[in-house]
Every structure is written in C-alpha cells, then in structure tokens.
Design a protein. Structure first.
Length: 380
C-alpha cells in the first residue's frame, strides 16, 4: 500500500525529489565534527546506506565549509547543510551540497542592520546559482524574537506558523519555488497544530516533518509517532526525520524508526501512542546532537537523566537536556529544569534562570535536588 499524500510541488534535492507524490524521503544528520572529514564521511555513508535519502551536516565556520568540499568528493549522498548564525557561509558551501537549511530565527544575529528579506534573497540567489534546494527550518526554541513578541508568550505555535508562512511567501515572491518548510517543536501536539495550520494556508509547499528534541529511545520514537501519524494519515508530510538522542555510531536507528513508521502507516497500523500512559507525565526532552555538541558525554548524560528520574515519572514537569551553547540556552528556557552542556561543565537552569554550572559528575545529584524541590513546592 502507498500513503495518500497532499498535492505538493516537486522539489529536487540531488538525486531525490520530495513532494509531488514522490515517496516520503527519510533523513538523518551527522553528529561528528564537520571538520573531521573521515568521521563525517563515514557517518554520511552509513546513514545513506541505511536508507537516508538526504543527510544533513552542520556548518558554522570556514573550517567546516572547507571540509564540505572534501566530504563532497568522498560521498554520493544527497547533502543538506545546516546553517545557523553565520548565514554568509552559504556561498562557500553551496557548491558542495544539494540543499541549504536556514532557520528564520537565526537571521537577525549576523548583520542585524540588513532586512531579513535581503538575506532570504541572498539564499535564493546562491541556491539558484549552485543548483540547491532550500529548507526554511523553523524551530520552537529559536523563533524570530520579533515574531514571538507579537503573540501571547504561551502561544508557541502561532509565531512558528507566521514565520514559516512569511518566509515561504518571500521566496515565492522572488520566483524561487524549490523549497520545503519544517515547523518543529518538542511538543508533539504543537507539531501537529503547526503543520496542519501551515498546510491549510500553503498546501502546495512540501513539508519536512519531525519532533525536535524528541529524546532518547524509546521516548523519542513514541513522541515522533504521536506527532507524525496524525499528520501523515492526513496526507501531510513529504520528508521526515526521527530525531533521537543516540551516539553518532547509532544514528542509523533514526532511519530504522522512520522506515517502521512509514511501513506501519502504509499497512494501516495507525494507532497513535498514548504518551502519558507509555512514558508518564515527566517529560524529558533532549536534542539529537550534531557537530556542535561540546562534549560527547552529553548523550550519556541524557540517558542518565532519563534513568535517574524514573522515580518521578508521574510528576508534571519538563526537563530539557541540550548539547551546546548555540541552541542550549534558548531551548531550555521553557523547561522546568534545563541542562545545557558545555565542554567541561553542565549549566543548570530553572526555567530561564541559571542556577549554576556543575561538572558532568556532579550534575545528576544536583538535578535531582532541584527536581525534589519542585515536587515539594508542588505539594505545599
Ligand atoms: S542543541 Fe546544539 S548540539 Fe544539540 S542538536 Fe541543537 S545545535 Fe546540535
């Protein structure tokens, strides 16, 4: 059986095409240092041979950009580059990749005096010149502050949808149609709402689906299924990633989980997991890691947090564990307790307030101390 799909535009990304009724493409991302060419090539090829139609690599520096030129020589995989703050790296990287992903929420950091529309036009020009597609990748933890300020702080979905629509309209208005959009959140319900609203407003644009910071398996798999089954069964979604906090050598598990999800939907096995029944009320979110991870111990720490907090499974709190300073500080703001992991220390936050920085050995007892405080305060 095939999955019925919304009629979206075709977007060519190297040797694959998303949208236009083409099979849903699975994606994953390398978590190696991008400048470590051999390790990154090995990961890209491992993911590609596992069934990833597109493999994403982060690039933040000129050293990363130079590495991509060498990586391109050593793999046939369709490559997507993940740009964050230094958007001007696009011109150095585009010759070696098939897709450029930018985050509208990061465009204000660099050259803030320039209108964001000029930056989008720059991406379109670079992508056209180098035969690349674009992904507008909106993320709940890094929405454009100007956009967030327009809405109720509790409304996490509207700023994402408006930002994605605005950028999609901008690309269309300058005649660039070879793009897709993603609207990712760590809350599966927000992912459903955001993608449904975007698809209702601009249904011809292909959508890349995923739950960000879904966490360690099996939590990350269940959360992704809880969000993506309702969307895919409505025909929404042209490509997807199951983001899992696993060591780089196990990244192929993202592809296996994605394949199982698509096979289940095609076979009519579309029961949506009851997350509270399966995982309890304590919500642990953790990023899937990427080249920006500052200490590989982050993945082990995320697993330790999951195990050490099982005694509090029924408590209505969220703990966020993030792997770097690029997204860690912002994406822990909404969690009751947040850990963002530096090279030697882990920063502990209570909502947006920093509590302190602790070594990787000290952090679990400290986290439990604060979790127990939250439980006591709730009971008073
Ligand atoms: S939080 Fe940092 S390390 Fe984790 S996926 Fe995001 S950018 Fe990568």
């Amino acid at each position: 059986m095939t999955i019925q799909r919304n009629p979206t535009r075709e977007v060519v990304i190297g040797s694959v095409t998303i949208g236009g009724g083409h099979p849903i493409v699975l994606q994953s991302m390398a978590a190696t240092k991008t400048y470590d060419i051999d390790a990154t090539v090995a990961t890209v090829n491992m993911l590609s041979s596992s069934g990833a139609g597109i493999v994403r690599i982060a690039a933040d520096t000129k050293k990363d950009a130079r590495a991509l030129a060498s990586i391109r020589q050593e793999t046939e995989a369709n490559l997507s580059v993940d740009l964050q703050e230094n958007y001007r790296l696009a011109e150095e990287i585009a010759p070696y990749v098939n897709k450029i992903r930018y985050n509208p929420g990061h465009l204000h950091h660099f050259e803030p005096q320039l209108p964001w529309q000029d930056k989008v036009k720059y991406f379109a020009d670079i992508a056209t010149k180098h035969d690349c597609a674009i992904r507008i990748g909106v993320n709940c933890g890094s929405v454009d502050p100007a956009k967030q300020g327009k809405f109720d702080p509790e409304d996490m979905v509207s700023p994402m949808v408006e930002s994605a629509l605005e950028h999609a309209e901008c690309l269309d208005s300058i005649g660039f149609s070879r793009f897709c959009v993603s609207l990712k959140d760590s809350n599966p319900q927000h992912v459903i709402e955001a993608n449904e609203r975007f698809a209702a407003a601009k249904g011809d644009v292909p959508l890349h689906l995923g739950v960000t910071e879904a966490g360690v398996p099996p939590d990350g798999i269940l959360k992704t299924r809880a969000a993506l089954i309702p969307l895919l069964t409505k025909g929404i979604g042209d490509t997807l990633r199951v983001s899992l906090t696993v060591p780089n050598v196990q990244k192929f598990e993202e592809i296996i989980s994605g394949r199982e999800l698509l096979d289940d939907i095609a076979a009519g096995r579309t029961d949506v997991p009851d997350l509270e029944a399966e995982l309890g009320r304590l919500n642990i979110i953790s990023c899937p890691s990427c080249s920006r991870v500052e200490n590989a111990a982050f993945v082990t720490l995320a697993q330790q947090v999951r195990e050490a907090t099982r005694y509090a499974a029924d408590e209505p709190f969220t703990i966020a564990v993030m792997g770097c300073r690029v997204n860690g500080p912002g994406e822990t703001d909404h969690a009751d307790l947040g850990l963002w992991c530096g090279a030697t220390q882990v920063n502990l936050k209570r909502k947006s307030q920093v509590v302190g920085a602790y070594s990787y050995e000290e952090i679990i007892p400290k986290l439990l101390e604060y979790l127990n405080r939250l439980i006591e305060e709730k009971e008073e």
